[in-house]
Design a protein around this ligand. Structure first.
Ligand code: CA
Length: 179
């Protein structure tokens, strides 16, 4: 292989430095504009979660596996006229975490929530009364960022923290990574 000249090495070094600086700058930009660009390089799987149902990610986890779920982009609304939010939901007092239409309390209304399911087939299950009554302790409040374990092994399902989904709209994109 032909040996590079000093000038060529200098040029390559400067080019790498410039690309690194631009990359760092874009990665540190607030908001969601550039995050999608970097998704390609980040491990894990991305999913679009609608505000209307439990959606199965198809990712199976055991209760001893550490999982990261991170909001990437998008907005959803949990009623007609409700503010559009990201996965953190509505922190406003009028929609506080004890909102009676929440699937789980202590978690902002409209926040991203998660649970595990025994079967991969249970896709698009409605978020409903059954969840509210029997699964309070099995559902995790995820919001924009979560790192931790699930109480039970199974397939990860995701939804919005709202039992009355008939008036919901929009979707968000999240990334699930098994650590
Ligand atoms: Ca609703």
């Amino acid at each position: 292989m032909k040996k590079l000249t000093k000038k060529q090495i200098e040029f390559i070094t400067i080019a790498i430095a410039i690309v690194s600086c631009i990359g760092t700058y874009l990665a540190l930009l607030p908001g969601e504009k550039w995050q999608g660009f970097f998704e390609f390089f980040i491990p894990g799987e991305t999913f679009t979660v609608r505000a209307t149902n439990w959606q199965n990610t198809g990712i199976h986890v055991t209760s001893d596996q550490k999982i990261e779920i991170k909001y990437i982009s998008g907005r959803w609304e949990n009623c007609v006229g409700c503010p559009a939010t990201n996965a953190s939901g509505i922190s406003d007092d009028a929609y506080m975490s004890s909102n009676p239409s929440n699937v789980i309390y202590g978690c902002p209304h409209g926040a991203l929530i998660a649970r595990t399911s025994d079967t991969i087939d249970s896709i698009n299950l409605p978020v409903g009364e059954q969840d509210f009554l029997s699964l309070q302790n099995d559902i995790l409040c995820i919001g924009n960022s979560f790192i931790g374990t699930f109480p039970f092994s199974g397939y990860i399902q995701l939804a919005s923290n709202d039992r009355f989904t008939f008036d919901n709209s929009g979707s968000i994109v999240i990334r699930v990574t098994i650590k």
